[in-house]
Design a protein around this ligand. Structure first.
Ligand code: MG
Length: 226
């Protein structure tokens, strides 16, 4: 097990949500690939993992550029996004990620503030977090899809997370699972642990800038406990 090589004692741990706190990426990847394919935009579930964190319209434009040679219209984006959401809602609710509770507990025991940084814009987000991870999250320490203008891979969401926590970049740790999320965190100058909970090769997360790549949240808990 690697050790964390931090320049300062961590004061905050910033957690991504999908693929980190909840095992929700298989559902998202399935819904994206099937919805896109309905519109003649062939996309594998594996590719959906590569785009994780991008806005819906950003992902759709990449596919329409590839197959139609142009950006999608507003109306096309709405129709594809609605098809994705409809499929997604037929799937069973994602379970908490194994080890995530332990990682949150380890961060709390370190005396760190716990910050959520997600692109998700679900209205019941805090309730769901409270249900599975009671007492760890506070509304004022959450950055969601409602707060940001650019979203990941732009550094904005993690910069906003640092600001909300009132800590500097070298006083924080990010836990991410997606290459674009890692890119965002590293753009904000934060030490980043990538928990590779999906099908991508570790190399992809390393190339995105991750300082450490581990296989899951239990290993994140062990790193924080070290
Ligand atoms: Mg994620």
């Amino acid at each position: 097990m690697e050790n964390l090589e931090l320049t300062a004692r961590p004061k905050a741990v910033l957690f991504d949500m999908d693929g980190v706190l909840f095992d929700s990426m298989p559902n998202h990847a399935y819904a994206w690939s099937h919805a896109m394919t309905q519109f003649g935009l062939e996309m594998t579930a594996y590719e959906a993992y590569l785009h994780e964190g991008r806005t819906g319209s950003g992902t759709i434009d990449i596919l329409t550029q590839r197959y139609w040679g142009r950006d999608a219209t507003e109306e096309e984006i709405e129709r594809i996004y609605a098809a994705k959401a409809e499929l997604f809602n037929t799937l069973p609710e994602a379970k908490p990620m194994p080890g995530a509770f332990d990682a949150l507990t380890a961060a709390k025991e370190l005396g760190c503030k716990i910050v959520l940084v997600t692109g998700s814009a679900q209205v019941s987000l805090l309730e769901r977090l409270e249900q599975h991870y009671p007492g760890f999250f506070r509304e004022e320490l959450m950055v969601t899809g409602f707060d940001v203008k650019y979203g990941k891979p732009h550094p904005e969401p993690y910069l906003m997370g640092l600001q909300k926590a009132g800590v500097k970049a070298d006083e924080a740790i990010v836990v991410e699972n997606a290459p674009l999320g890692v890119e965002s965190a590293k753009g904000a100058g934060v030490f980043t642990i990538a928990a590779n909970t999906g099908p991508l090769e570790d190399r992809i997360l390393k190339d995105a800038g991750a300082d450490v790549v581990v296989s899951g949240l239990m290993e994140v808990a062990q790193l924080l406990n070290n």
